[in-house]
Design a binder for this molecule. Structure first.
Ligand code: NAD
Ligand code: TYD
Length: 337
């Protein structure tokens, strides 16, 4: 089978390609990625050394390039990871999210409709459902929860999902969508909470915690997520949405303390800062539907976060390569000196 993996040089996409190209030597993987600030080829060095992986630099919203690619390659599966993904950046520059996340997805869908394929899989997020209250711990998002996105990021992901479902209904395109909770693990760009805390703590820099630190996220180890996607792509039902979660709910402040304690750093590094506008209180996933395909997360956050810390400690050269000038400028603008 021939896979197109868009955004395969980013965090989750690189883990997917590294893992699946090793476990499925019989399949071919073409990574198509614009290599924006958070995508880089160092993350897929291992995969690119294999015969069944190739790379092409390009933008998913470039109609001519995408059409030519689909005409040339005849893909069986498309797994679309490519997106602008950081909520804080979407608050500063919402338009970039419309282009990559909505126009980009639509461009891929058009090419898929024109050239045909077995399945188009859209990697989406639980953030399309908005937020849950903190008080009722039994509430969790199901696939039937209404769409109620809070940020320009989640609004763009919800819009893309609706286009995917419309292409299924109107043109009969074979599609699946996965909506997962917060991922963590190797190769995550250090603007997101876990690698941000880790890398700042290593440099004894203050750790910015938004609001009171009581917001809850459902943490999912990235390889677990990749295995869920592979299952959905191969075994999921046409036109269906699958929520993917890790049963790993934790308050942000618990995550921050766990990282500092593991690194042997003082809790006095924590600085409570101004809250994010529209900050969702809680996300939690009901994974019953994806479990019926045979999926079960294999990492608890306590153990997965420690494994992630070990990975970053033994891959400092990767970190040095991604923390370039534009990243440092962003950190300065977002958090001050
Ligand atoms: P990431 O920001 O690490 O990587 C995104 C990748 O997409 C990068 O390699 C980037 O270069 C590429 N890209 C961006 N715009 C592009 C464009 N126009 N054309 C081609 N390539 C482009 O993101 P991630 O965390 O790996 O997320 C991957 C997908 O998973 C996204 O669709 C995101 O919405 C979804 N998701 C992520 C999480 C999470 O916790 N990280 C949770 C739920 C859903
Ligand atoms: P993030 O990793 O940006 O993921 P998302 O917003 O998609 O859930 O943030 C995870 C949580 O951590 C979220 O509640 C916001 C919070 N957060 C901080 O408290 N400080 C920070 O510097 C960042 C980046 C996030």
């Amino acid at each position: 089978m021939k896979f197109l993996v868009t955004g395969g040089a980013g965090f989750i996409g690189s883990n997917f390609v590294n893992l699946m190209s090793r476990e499925h030597p019989e399949d071919d993987y073409l990574v198509y990625d614009a290599l924006t600030y958070c995508g880089n080829l160092f993350s897929i060095e291992a995969a690119l050394g294999r015969k069944n992986v190739s790379f092409l630099r390009g933008d998913i919203s470039d109609e001519a390039a995408v059409d030519a690619l689909f005409g040339r390659e005849r893909f069986d599966y498309v797994v679309n990871f490519a997106a602008e993904t950081h909520v804080d950046r979407s608050i500063k520059d919402p338009k970039a999210f419309l282009r990559s996340n909505v126009e980009g997805t639509l461009t891929l869908l058009e090419a898929a409709r024109k050239h045909g394929l077995k399945r188009f899989h859209q990697v989406s997020t639980d953030e399309v459902y908005g937020m849950l209250p903190l008080e009722d711990k039994d509430l969790a998002f199901t696939e039937e929860s209404p769409l109620a996105p809070s940020s320009p990021y989640s609004a763009s992901k919800a819009a893309a999902d609706l286009y995917v479902l419309a292409y299924h209904r109107t043109y009969g395109l074979n599609v699946t969508i996965s909506r997962c909770s917060n991922n963590y693990g190797p190769y995550q760009f250090p603007e997101k909470l876990i690698p941000l805390v880790l890398t700042r703590a290593l440099k004894d820099e203050r750790i910015p915690v938004y609001g009171n630190g009581k917001n809850v996220r459902d943490w999912l180890y990235v390889e677990d997520h990749c295995r869920a996607i592979d299952l959905i792509v191969r075994k999921g039902d046409d036109g269906e949405i699958y929520n993917v979660g890790g049963h790993g709910e934790k308050e942000n402040i618990e995550v921050v303390k766990l990282i500092l304690e593991t690194l042997g750093k003082p809790l006095s590094l924590i600085a409570y800062v101004k809250d994010r506008p529209g900050h969702d209180l809680r996300y939690a996933i009901n994974p019953t539907k994806v479990s019926s395909l045979g999926f079960a997360p294999t990492h608890r956050p306590e153990e997965g976060i420690k494994k992630t810390i070990e990975w970053y400690l033994s891959h400092r050269d990767w970190l040095r390569k991604v923390e370039d000038g534009s990243y440092l400028a962003y950190v300065k603008e977002q958090y001050g000196e």
